[in-house]
Design a protein around this ligand. Structure first.
Ligand SMILES: Cc1cc2nc3c(=O)[nH]c(=O)nc-3n(C[C@H](O)[C@H](O)[C@H](O)COP(=O)(O)O)c2cc1C
Length: 155
């Protein structure tokens, strides 16, 4: 399957995870990995499954590198029907009121334009016991399996 791992980050955790995940998947799939900061929403392609990895900052907001993407989606209002995506969020439960708000906002942004979310959004907790990779690798395999019958089918 064609998979694009796109990340939003401020201090590099989401980037590191996205790159590790892309490396883990590339033996079995056609995988690319990029920062959301350089991604044009006009470039979404129905034949690609998008795995979005994003941290959270501010008042439960997207990290700096995902902000231009969010602004572009809001400004250009692209039709994302036929696009399938999954979201892995990074956050810290120390910020309990805004825990993982970035991933939540990213999912809502995509869904508002008609894109279809596949599987459950993961909410990684930097203060919790789990390594992000340990959650991400099995989760990614699961959402990819779920996406297999969907991506490119209803474009
Ligand atoms: C200044 C600051 C603000 C943060 N705000 C939140 C927040 O509101 N909610 C949350 O769940 N995590 C918050 N976090 C935690 C980060 O999202 C978490 O550490 C994440 O792993 C950082 O990933 P990154 O290096 O890719 O940006 C904050 C971290 C910092 C340093």
């Amino acid at each position: 399957m064609k998979i694009a791992v796109l990340y939003g980050t401020e201090t590099g955790n989401a980037e590191m995870l996205a790159e590790d995940l892309a490396g883990e998947l590339e033996g079995d799939h056609d995988v690319s990995c990029a920062n959301l900061s350089g991604f044009d929403p006009a470039g979404f392609d129905a034949g690609t499954f998008y795995i979005l990895v994003s941290s959270t900052y501010g008042d439960g907001d997207l990290p700096a590198s995902a902000q231009p993407f969010a602004k572009a989606v809001e400004a250009k209002a692209p039709d994302l029907s036929g696009i399938h995506f999954a979201v892995f969020g990074l956050g810290d439960s120390e910020y309990h009121e805004t825990f993982n708000g970035g991933g939540e906002k990213l999912a809502a942004l995509m869904a508002a334009r008609g894109a279809v979310q596949v599987g459950e959004r993961v909410t990684h907790d930097a203060s919790g016991p789990d390594m992000a990779e340990d959650l991400a690798f099995p989760w990614a395999r699961q959402v990819i399996e779920m996406a297999a019958g969907l991506v490119g089918e209803d474009a």
